[in-house]
Design a protein. Structure first.
Length: 362
């Protein structure tokens, strides 16, 4: 506290691309009528809520009191994950005028990770912010692939998420690296709910939602998450179907989480909307494979693709659970669409698959 806090914290990939950069605003803590860091120990704004993951109440008046905000999504309190360090460096007056989407570039937990594992990641994130800036965790809220959200620095306290704009903006952070991973449908859904709930409450009703990269030299929040900001803003496609309840999928030729969920229901594998452990070598040549595909260097294959390979009649020795030219050709042949071994945008094969899913006859 009170030490030098001017330097930035950068996370780079192997090629030197800045995946995330965190930093404070220029003005020192204490400007703007806030409570200064020097005066305030970490419990200036003590967590008074029980350790039950309840929603942290907004502390600021709204700029549109006549509008009833949406029901707030559940956001686990700071106490629930064991926050140990300062809650930002000062109290902000009034709602934010901008909201930024970030990614943390920390561990990529699975959608079925435990709450304990997520809490551990929160404490790790907090340690980073504390060691670099002395002000605890950098982001306002952190959303994991499970769709669960955790309060970081409180909505009315200043963090170190969007250097130069921390006093006027708030941050929605996805835990993990979305330059190389797809956000889950559950994450998008939670983020959309939070963005909607915060209007006229934590930020002005007209506050734009943007990516960190729109205002800083960084890839943050990663290309796959950046591509979903419109979905978060509008809330479109953000309501996941109830588990086990068959729903119709859009026949749009893009194979994302909704199509995978229906396929998993149809084939009897775990319904999570995720196609796990697929070879990253096939990612760019198949732009019709969108959300929920886990692209990795050392692919192990997924159960839903193995089940699909079986359904479409591939030999047992070829059922490796991996999408690729051979499996796509077999699928295209099975569906009666042109056989070229790739899933393009608005793919005819995917449309045929989606029609069959809606008809219950894969
Ligand atoms: Zn960022």
């Amino acid at each position: 506290m009170g030490g030098t806090v001017a330097e930035l914290y950068e996370i780079k990939d192997d090629e030197g691309i800045v995946l995330e950069v965190l930093g404070p605003d220029d003005e020192p803590a204490g400007d703007g009528g806030g409570v200064t860091a020097g005066e305030t120990p970490s419990d200036t704004e003590p967590d008074t809520q029980p350790d039950t993951g309840v929603v942290e109440e907004p502390a600021e008046p709204t700029d549109a009191p006549d509008v009833v905000p949406q029901a707030a999504p559940s956001i686990a309190s700071r106490a629930s994950w064991g926050a140990r360090y300062p809650n930002g460096d000062l109290t902000l007056s009034g709602p934010a005028v901008e909201v930024f989407v970030h990614h943390s570039v920390t561990a990529q937990l699975s959608p079925d990770a435990s709450i304990a594992a997520e809490a551990e990641q929160m404490r790790a994130l907090e340690s980073v912010g504390q060691s670099r800036f002395g002000t605890g965790i950098s982001y306002n809220v952190v959303i994991f692939p499970s769709g669960r959200a955790y309060q970081g620095v409180s909505w009315n306290r200043r963090g170190t998420h969007t250097g130069g704009r921390n006093s006027t903006s708030r941050s929605i952070c996805f835990a993990g690296n979305y330059e190389v991973n797809q956000p889950t449908a559950a994450q998008i859904s939670t983020a959309a709910a939070i963005f909607g709930a915060g209007k006229g409450r934590w930020w002005t009703r007209s506050a734009p939602l943007a990516g960190h990269r729109d205002v800083s030299q960084t890839a943050c929040p990663g290309r796959y998450l950046y591509a979903r900001i419109d979905d978060i803003r509008t809330g479109s496609g953000s309501t996941p179907p109830s588990p086990g309840e068959p729903g119709r999928v859009a026949v749009d030729g893009f194979w994302g989480t909704a199509t995978t969920r229906r396929l998993q229901q149809e084939l009897g594998t775990t319904v999570d909307g995720v196609v796990s452990s697929q070879s990253v070598a096939w990612r760019d040549s198949n732009p019709g494979l969108t959300t929920g595909w886990q692209w990795v260097a050392d692919a192990q294959g997924s159960r839903v693709i193995a089940a699909l390979q079986r359904r479409i009649g591939m030999d047992s020795g070829q059922r490796d659970g991996k999408i690729g030219p051979r499996t796509i050709r077999a699928l295209q042949g099975y569906l009666g669409t042109p056989v070229d071994g790739v899933i393009s945008r608005e793919s005819r094969a995917v449309m045929a698959l989606q029609r069959r899913l809606n008809d219950g006859r894969v």
